[in-house]
Design a protein around this ligand. Structure first.
Ligand SMILES: [Zn+2]
Length: 135
């Protein structure tokens, strides 16, 4: 945990507005730490610039409120939606992440220059499938 904190991986504007307690379970906390150690910190190191976390862990109530799918890896603390502030920067980050041991890497919307944001996940206890999806 060099560049990221559990706080920024659990912070949510929606949770604050709706007074939802988005404190991670001990299991989710460990999964978030593994996501940072194996994916987010190494990618940040190579990128050399800050990465913004839009959404990390989501408790079930929060996940429902933001329209997350029922089996979302955000529920387990295995996923984060991240970005750099521009599609071009996100494109560079996406290419860096392709070399990480991720479970799922999703190019989320955006345009030909890059994704609007990136969903990336890592499974601490399971097989990481290396699945790449363009939405
Ligand atoms: Zn996501």
């Amino acid at each position: 945990m060099k560049y990221f904190t559990i706080e920024e991986l659990t912070d949510s504007i929606v949770a604050r507005q709706l007074h939802i307690d988005n404190t991670p379970t001990p299991e989710a906390n460990k999964n978030l730490e593994a996501l940072v150690e194996h994916i987010l910190d190494p990618a940040r190191e190579i990128l050399g610039k800050p990465i913004r976390v839009n959404s990390g862990y989501r408790c079930a109530t929060l996940n429902n409120c933001v329209g997350g799918v029922a089996n979302s890896q955000h529920l387990k603390g295995e996923a984060a939606d991240i970005g750099t502030g521009s599609p071009e920067g996100n494109r560079i980050l996406f290419d860096i992440l392709l070399n990480m041991p991720f479970d799922q890497l999703i190019w989320e919307r955006g345009n030909k220059h890059g994704p609007a944001w990136i969903h990336v996940s890592y499974c601490r206890n399971g097989n990481n499938r290396g699945e790449v999806i363009h939405l």
